[in-house]
Ligand binder design. Structure first.
Ligand code: ASP
Ligand code: MG
Length: 436
């Protein structure tokens, strides 16, 4: 059971988590994020330090410490427990203040970022102790690891986690940190922002869990972006493939990387709502559950690169040369469309755009269009489901579509629109495809 930042972000939310994790009879591993807002603060603290602005860093540290001091007052009622919590908080903030005094580097930055999950789990463990709920705190830094390519080492994780669990024979409730891990050099590292979902999925895979529950503040994955369109509904069931497309193309509820471990080890994933625990949520399994369109999602900040070459006519090797340029600059391509004489592709990372354009120049006329949004329409057997494509294009007849990609998988049709058309596009699709 993984709980996100808002699910542990207030003392009363943490109390609710303790009720949720003690409801079932199955042995449970609880994976916690940092309290909401903490990782953002830690990022700012690290940024200030890297810029050499110690004053700002120290102010941010003090502000965050104050937040935790208040948090424990309401989390715990026993004076002795409060004193214990206070000692824990002091230790972590002393650490931050020591880092402030020494010369900053990237490894230290990772140490800073790890403080959030270390504190949230220790505080939750203290609350469980106060409630006399038997459990064990298992340090993620002792079993969660990534290799030199920053890929999690499931085999090692499995062995180490098993050993740790065996040290607590008879216990049924375990608490551990999401997000943090050790890297190939043995240093503290992390699974990138939002990575607690990934931790949960890796842990579920490693122990062959009966289910991986991701508890957040929304009742599952929705058919459309609730921040953009008025009426959305939770999706009851999704396949791993569909969920992966949605997570990648913008559904913020689930970290995109967290799909593969669950899919590979066939662990059902359930997205649930801490604020509304009775809601069904979304079940993600191998089976899609139903045919047709399930959801739409949008990914902003897309850049289109178009290369037009008269020499491409009947030529081979053209695409390879183009792709090699993107490979050289480690820039992943999202969408591709081709005609006989031109190719358009999209990227979401423009860090090396100038170099890329310069190197593409010899191959033809290069054009760059910024501020685009990919709208992904995700479902099951879309081509063979009646009317899907017709309904989609009908709904979008008013929208200037820049690119269309379909056919690579039966789960996705992607269209590219200017970002200022995103809201309208999502609204039109909500009406045209879901009747909402
Ligand atoms: N606390 C980390 C973050 O905010 C990891 C997570 O919450 O998933 O990114
Ligand atoms: Mg999250």
């Amino acid at each position: 059971m993984k709980f996100g930042g808002t699910s542990v972000g207030k003392p009363e939310r943490m109390h609710e988590v303790s009720r949720l994790v003690t409801k079932g009879d199955e042995p449970t591993i609880v994976v916690l994020s940092a309290l909401s807002g903490t990782t953002n603060s830690l990022v700012s603290i690290g940024d200030s330090m890297s810029k050499g602005d110690k004053k700002q860093a120290s102010q941010l540290i003090a502000k965050l410490e104050e937040h935790y001091k208040q948090f424990i007052q309401q989390l715990l009622s026993d004076k002795e427990m409060q004193a214990k919590a206070n000692a824990i908080i002091n230790e972590h903030f002393e650490f931050l203040n020591i880092i402030l005094k020494i010369s900053f580097n990237e490894a230290l930055n990772k140490d800073i970022l790890a403080q959030g999950e270390l504190m949230s789990t220790k505080l939750f463990s203290l609350y469980l102790e106060e409630q006399k709920i038997d459990h064990a705190l298992i340090p993620a830094l002792e079993f969660m690891s990534i290799d030199s390519n920053e890929e999690p080492q499931i085999g090692t994780i499995k062995v180490k986690l098993k050993q740790l669990l065996e040290q607590h024979k008879g216990k049924k409730l375990f608490v551990t940190q999401g997000y943090i891990c050790r890297n190939a050099r043995g240093e503290v590292d992390n699974l990138k922002r939002g990575g607690s979902d990934y931790s949960a999925s890796l842990i579920a895979a490693a122990i062959n869990a009966s289910v991986c529950e991701i508890w957040t503040d929304i009742d599952g994955m929705h058919n459309n972006d609730p921040r953009v369109v008025e009426k959305t509904v939770a999706i009851e069931q999704l396949s791993f493939d569909e969920a992966a497309e949605l997570a990648y193309f913008g559904a913020k509820i689930l970290h995109p990387a967290s799909i593969w471990p669950a899919q590979m080890y066939k662990i059902p994933v359930r997205l649930l709502n801490t604020m509304q625990p009775q809601a069904k949520g979304t079940l993600i399994t191998e089976e899609a559950g139903s045919q047709g369109i399930k959801a739409v999602a949008a990914k902003d900040g897309i850049i289109v690169v178009k290369v037009k070459s008269s020499r491409m006519l009947l030529a081979y090797g053209f695409l390879r040369k183009i792709f090699e340029v993107f490979e050289k600059y480690r820039t992943p391509i999202d969408m591709i469309t081709t005609s006989e004489v031109a190719v358009s592709l999209t990227i979401d990372n423009g860090a090396n755009l100038d170099e890329i354009v310069r190197e593409l120049d010899p191959f033809g006329e290069v054009e760059v269009v910024k501020n685009q949004t990919i709208i992904a329409i995700v479902g099951n057997q879309m081509a063979t489901s009646k009317h899907v494509l017709a309904d989609m294009f009908k709904a979008l007849s008013e929208v200037p579509i820049g690119m269309v990609s379909f056919g690579a998988t039966p789960h996705n049709v992607s269209v590219l629109v200017p970002s200022d058309q995103k809201t309208k596009t999502l609204q039109l699709l909500n009406a045209g495809l879901f009747g909402l």
